[in-house]
Each structure stands twice: as structure tokens, then as C-alpha cells.
Design a protein around this ligand. Structure first.
Ligand code: GLY
Length: 494
């Protein structure tokens, strides 16, 4: 079943196709850069609905469903290495704003997952589904066992880190119940999701959104400030994970949409997929990040050194780096972005109409980065070579600083390259040099400022009858003679 079909079945089921008669309003995906002061990028399907959960706005409908574009970069280092981490994904969600609660959410999920494919469902074998509930959530455990019929030994209990969901920042939260598919013993150990999350793949998370969380660590140990005005439902089914299972492929990088980009990367580098783990990881990172970059640029993010711009820049640079690791030093990012547009535009047609802008942003960023890489990589290689000769194992802070400060080489990239070469880096020394440089820049700015604000020399020049005329609005060139020279606030002889 292709991704577009999964999406369609999802929306049809919740709009009017379920047997419980719970019709949901179909809401289009919001932009990835929805304005939320706590979030850089939309990271869950529920984000656009947050004001309804918090009671800040009256919900325009009691129930809703969507397939939301999401970006999560917390686990970026896992991308490509596991079968299930992606920086961009689409989250299929159904939401109840004070309408149905645990019983409704659980039975809807079970119906869609296990209904046969010929009858509009996803056709999962019920005997291979496992569920987890929050530690003391007997109510959810009972619904799974007594009403749905899941055997007790396939219902597991987990703590806050796994079965209490929040956006990772203050906002709505609640205990959750997750549904896993057992991919079989060839994928890992027996024992259910608590034993092995690669074998037991989480596909759907049902959040019983009833609390408000305060500030604190991302996953557990944060304070619960109280109850929300109503008991709500927020669920998230990973479209890509579901596609991997329904398409019979091993991981989310090989599904219909992502594999188009992966194949392009393989064609451009001449490195076949499936030969060797190390190059496979690179190909998966390329496919994942190129797609994320295309989606971010599509939604108006431009590469930069801060915030969302930095997330995008980092993705693009990791693609370029991995292409180089696979032997391609030529500019290829635009080609990969073109493939990403091809892969995603059936679901997001605006990518096609915005193609020129997306490609131009890409070409510009790649050009700048390739230049930086050329000079930075040479310097890095020389430093690594001389360490090899001297038998040193730690890349000195001065080299790290020079790469960063003189050549604009991103520090995370230096770290990655050092790891690849089995070298350690003097990160503490580097941070110290960065601090010192900041201090110097501050002192410099102060000195410059005072030099500029001491205008007495300029005043003297004007008072001596010399004056200058600005002709920049009429012309871009002209004859001029130097009337005086001021250095460090003092008049000097020319
Ligand atoms: N909001 C549910 C999830 O992201 O898992």
C-alpha cells in the first residue's frame, strides 16, 4: 500500500468511515513553522490544536483528523542507523476536544489497524500487535483486555519517559498508550516493546491529554501543574513507519517516497545500497535530510546560523558531507532536492509550483558550503596528518578554533570528521578560545564605538573650511581628493 493510499484511508476512516459513527473534521496540515514561542518547528500532529486542548480557544469542531508535516531533530544522530528515526515525518492524528476519551480512542485505533485491507483498513494481524499503558493506568489496560480482547501478556506497563507524552516543553500532556507491531524474531529479542523497540515497532501513540506540564527536562521529571479544562484525545500514527510495514520493507528509508531520493543518491555517487552498513547509513542520512530540507525550504525556512535556519543549514550540510563520504565532491544537492520534490509533491503539490525558489535557495547554500568545505577539509586533513606523525591523539584547541574562526568550518562537522578518523578533540579548550574571542570582539566593539563617537577631529576639519559632498544618489563613480586622514580619532598627516 503506497503512502498516498495510507493517508487517504486514514482520513476517510476518521471523516466518516468508522463503525462507531464518530465523524471527524478533516483539517489540512499546518506549515512546519507555525507560530509557537515554545517550538522551533511543528514536531507533532497536535501542535496546531494546542489552543483547543489548553482551553484558550473554543474548538470549532468536537473531533478532528489530520496528516501533519513534522520535523524532530532531537534524535538526529540516530537517523540512518536505526530503522525508525527520521527527521521529517508525517503524523496521522485523530483528536477529540472533550468528546470521546480512552474507550473511543482505543476502539477506533483497533478497528482501523485490524480491519481487512479489502474493507478499507490496514489489515494488521491482531496476533502481532502489542500495547503499552502508563504505569497505573488500569482503565486503559482494562479496555485493551476486556473490551478489545488483547491478551494480558501483550499489554505492558511503562513509566513516564515512555508512556507519558508531552511536546517536550510546557503545554498539554497526559498518559499514553502505544501500539506496537511485532516484526518477528529475525528483528530482535522476544519480550515485547519493553525488551526491543526495533523488533516491536511503535506505530501509534494514543495520548489521553488531560494535564498541563510545567518547565523541566524533556521526557520525565517535569512538574505536572494540574488538569486541563477537559479530557481530550491526541493520537499520532507515523505514516512512514506504517508504510514500511505495509510495503514489506525493512526500514522507513526504503518506503515508496524516501527510496526515490535514496536511489538518486546511489545513482549520483555510484554506491549501491545494501552492500555495506557504513555506506547504507550515509545513503539513508542523505535521503532523510534532503527530504527534510526540501520540506523546510518549501515552508519558507532559509539557511542561517540560528534557530530554524540553523536546523535547515545543518541538514543540508550533512547531506553534502555524506555525499562526499560516498565519493561525490560535485554539487549534487539540487538534484537530491529535485528528487525530494518529486517524492513529496503528490501529497504537497505546492512544492512543485515553488520548485524554482526551492532549487535556488539550495544551489546558493550548497555553493557557499562547498567552498567552506574545500578549505576546511584541507586544513583538517593536514592537522590530522601531522598528529598521526607525532602520535598525538587529541586534536588541539588551536586547530579547532582556526577551522571554525578562519575557515567558517562548522564545529559539529569537525567533531564528526575527528570521530571518523578515531581522533579526540580538545572541546573544552576550543570553548575557552571561543569565549576569549567573544571577549576580544566585545572590547574591540567598545574601542571602535568610542573612536567613532569622538567627533572632535571631524569637526575641526569642517571648521577649517574643508567639506565633502555625497554624490552616491546621482552616480557610482567620480573624482575626489583626500582632504584629511583620521586614525584612532586623531588627525594624521597623509
Ligand atoms: N502527540 C502524539 C505523539 O506525537 O506521539
Amino acid at each position: 500500500m503506497n503512502s498516498a493510499e495510507i493517508r487517504k484511508r486514514w482520513l476517510d476512516f476518521f471523516e466518516s468511515g468508522n463503525r462507531q459513527g464518530l465523524n471527524h473534521a478533516v483539517v489540512p496540515s499546518a506549515s512546519l513553522i507555525l507560530n509557537d514561542p515554545n517550538l522551533l518547528l511543528v514536531n507533532a500532529g497536535m501542535v496546531p490544536f494546542k489552543p483547543y486542548f489548553l482551553g484558550e480557544l473554543p474548538p470549532p469542531y468536537p473531533r478532528a483528523t489530520s496528516v501533519q508535516k513534522c520535523v524532530r531533530t532531537l534524535d538526529i544522530d540516530e537517523v540512518g542507523k536505526t530503522t525508525r528515526h527520521a527527521s521529517f515525518f508525517q503524523m496521522c492524528g485523530n483528536f477529540s476536544f472533550g468528546d470521546y476519551f480512552k474507550e473511543g480512542a482505543i476502539s477506533l485505533a483497533w478497528e482501523l489497524l485490524t480491519r481487512s485491507q479489502s474493507d478499507g483498513g490496514f489489515g494488521f494481524d491482531p496476533a502481532r500487535l502489542w500495547v503499552t499503558v502508563y504505569l497505573d493506568d488500569d482503565e486503559a489496560a482494562d479496555i485493551w483486555h476486556k473490551q478489545v480482547g488483547v491478551p494480558k501478556d501483550r499489554i505492558q506497563r511503562r513509566g513516564m519517559a515512555d508512556n507519558f507524552w508531552s511536546m517536550g516543553v510546557p503545554g498539554p500532556c497526559g498518559p499514553c498508550s502505544e501500539i506496537y507491531f511485532d516484526r518477528g524474531p529475525e528483528y530482535g529479542r522476544d519480550g515485547g516493546p519493553v525488551a526491543d523497540e526495533d523488533r516491536y515497532l511503535e506505530i501509534w501513540n494514543l495520548v489521553f491529554m488531560q494535564n498541563l506540564r510545567g518547565d523541566g527536562p524533556g521526557k520525565e521529571g517535569y512538574p505536572i501543574l494540574g488538569e486541563l479544562p477537559a479530557k481530550n484525545i491526541d493520537t499520532g500514527l507515523g505514516l512512514e513507519r506504517t508504510a514500511a510495514l505495509l510495503q514489506g520493507v525493512d526500514n522507513i528509508y526504503e518506503i515508496d517516497t524516501t527510496s526515490i531520493i535514496l536511489r538518486k543518491a546511489s545513482e549520483l555517487t555510484g554506491v549501491a545500497y545494501g552492500l555495506e552498513e557504513k555506506s547504507d547509513v550515509s545513503l539513508r542520512v542523505i535521503a532523510d535530510h534532503a527530504r527534510t530540507a526540501a520540506m523546510l525550504i518549501g515552508d519558507g525556512v532559509t539557511p542561517g546560523n540560528e534557530g530554524r535556519g540553523y536546523v535547515l543549514r545543518r541538514m543540508m550540510r550533512r547531506v553534502v558531507r555524506n555525499m562526499r563520504i560516498l565519493g561525490s565532491a560535485e554539487p549534487t544537492l539540487v538534484e537530491l532536492i529535485k528528487s525530494s520534490i518529486e517524492a513529496m509533491s503528490p501529497q504537497y503539490p505546492e512544492l512543485r509550483s515553488d520548485r524554482e525558489r526551492i532549487e535556488a535557495v539550495t544551489a546558493n547554500e550548497e555553493g557557499t558550503f562547498l567552498e567552506t568545505l574545500r578549505s576546511g577539509t584541507n586544513i583538517f586533513d593536514l592537522a590530522a596528518e601531522s598528529m598521526k606523525k607525532s602520535g598525538a591523539k587529541v586534536l588541539p584547541a588551536t586547530d579547532l578554533f582556526m577551522l571554525h574562526d578562519t575557515y567558517g568550518f562548522p564545529f559539529d562537522l569537525t567533531l564528526e570528521m575527528a570521530t571518523e578518523k578515531g581522533l579526540a578533540v580538545d572541546e573544552a579548550g576550543f570553548r575557552q578560545l571561543m569565549r576569549e574571542q567573544k571577549e576580544r570582539a566585545k572590547a574591540d566593539a567598545k574601542a571602535k564605538k568610542s573612536g567613532h563617537t569622538d567627533l572632535s577631529e571631524y569637526r575641526k576639519i569642517l571648521e577649517s573650511g574643508k567639506s565633502s559632498e555625497f554624490i552616491g544618489y546621482q552616480s557610482t563613480s567620480g573624482e575626489a581628493s583626500i582632504l584629511a586622514i583620521v586614525s584612532d580619532g586623531q588627525s594624521v598627516q597623509g
